[in-house]
Design a protein around this ligand. Structure first.
Ligand code: AMP
Length: 139
């Protein structure tokens, strides 16, 4: 993948407010927070989207994310929060390096706003989709 600004942050060429680092994971404050404590958690591996992540990096992120969430909540005095991870331009990904947003919901209402338009799961379509997805997960 092409290098992004996050590679430059990882190399220390661009400053950031670091909150966590281990062998595979790095976390820092978002430069344009939508709520206080808005934090980005990234793999050190240069991977564009979540589906392309190696198991070892995915496991490291899975281990670190809840710990970082707890620290963000404790530091901001909040209890409610969203974790967001965009993949692809059509899904609002601006920076092509996997990153999870941890976004506290502040007492004044600041936080993630989404328009959720629920559909209806039709039985035939659901059966076909579940079968297709589970088949892709084999092997
Ligand atoms: P996304 O739309 O999911 O790709 O989000 C990219 C995020 O990266 C945005 O929330 C930006 O505010 C954030 N961002 C961009 N440049 C920097 C930077 N230099 N330091 C911290 N956060 C950044």
């Amino acid at each position: 993948m092409a290098e992004t600004i996050f590679s430059r942050i990882l190399r220390g060429e661009i400053p950031c407010h670091r909150v966590y680092e281990d062998e595979r994971v790095f976390a820092f404050l978002d430069i344009n927070p939508i709520a206080p404590g808005h934090t980005l958690v990234i793999p050190k591996a240069e991977v564009t989207t979540l589906d392309l992540l190696e198991d070892e990096d995915a496991a490291a992120l899975g281990r670190a994310l809840p710990r970082i969430c707890r620290a963000v909540l404790a530091a901001t005095g909040t209890t409610d929060f969203n974790v967001l991870e965009n993949n692809g331009r059509g899904a609002n990904q601006a920076i092509d390096h996997v990153h999870f947003h941890i976004i506290p919901r502040a007492a004044d209402g600041r936080g993630l706003r989404t328009k959720w338009l629920p559909g209806k799961l039709e039985a035939d379509e659901a059966k076909a989709l579940a079968a297709a997805i589970s088949e892709k997960l084999q092997g």
